[in-house]
Design a protein around this ligand. Structure first.
Ligand SMILES: [Fe+2]
Ligand SMILES: [Fe+2]
Length: 196
């Protein structure tokens, strides 16, 4: 996870609700809280930007490793969507008046490493491999869903609706990708894999 320097010692940056401060945090002005939240937003943007660019490299490997045409096609399609996510993030940096910057996302590095492990540990041409690849891919999608959901909410809190719209657009595409993977697993792969 991205880390943000905050004046707070709580280990977490200002609450997402900071914009609606009740006045209890009287030692931090609402302007300061807002800039801390903006800093957090920017930091998380750099994190997911690294993650998406990393996925542009990882998805072709997963497509190549897939056994079924259906799964391979879903990875190939999601690669195109992912390239769009990268472009959308670049737009988000622009809206903030910030330069485009990536910051290593350890979580995504770990998740794609897990995907590599599945490929190493399963036999080529088996549906068992596809079951594993779907599992790895869904972990990735869930990480993205959590990130874009939080970023959309944060953008709304900051009063940046144009930014929130961008985050929601990607959020919806990640959800679609996740649902497609679920239906591929449910409809074909898992049942057929039991016969191996
Ligand atoms: Fe994405
Ligand atoms: Fe995705």
């Amino acid at each position: 996870m991205a880390q943000t320097k905050s004046k707070s010692n709580s280990g977490r940056p200002a609450s997402i609700q900071a914009g609606k401060s009740s006045g209890k945090n009287s030692n931090t002005s609402s302007q300061e809280q807002s800039s801390m939240l903006e800093e957090l937003f920017l930091d998380e943007l750099k994190d997911i930007y690294w993650a998406e660019k990393h996925l542009v490299k990882a998805l072709p490997k997963m497509a190549k490793a897939a056994t079924s045409d259906e799964l391979r096609q879903s990875f190939t399609d999601h690669l195109e969507a992912t390239k769009g996510h990268v472009t959308r993030l670049e737009k988000a940096f622009g809206l903030l008046g910030e330069k485009v910057q990536a910051k290593k996302c350890e979580a995504m590095a770990g998740l794609t490493k897990e995907g590599d492990g599945i490929i190493e540990d399963t036999e080529k041409g088996t549906l068992t491999r596809d079951v594993g690849l779907i599992m790895a891919a869904q972990k990735v999608e869930h990480y993205e869903i959590a990130t874009y959901g939080s970023l959309a909410q944060l953008a709304k809190t900051l009063g940046k609706s144009d930014l929130a719209d961008l985050m929601v657009q990607t959020l919806e595409e990640e959800k679609e990708a996740d649902e497609l993977l679920t239906s591929i697993a449910e409809n074909n792969i898992n049942v057929e894999a039991t016969a191996e």
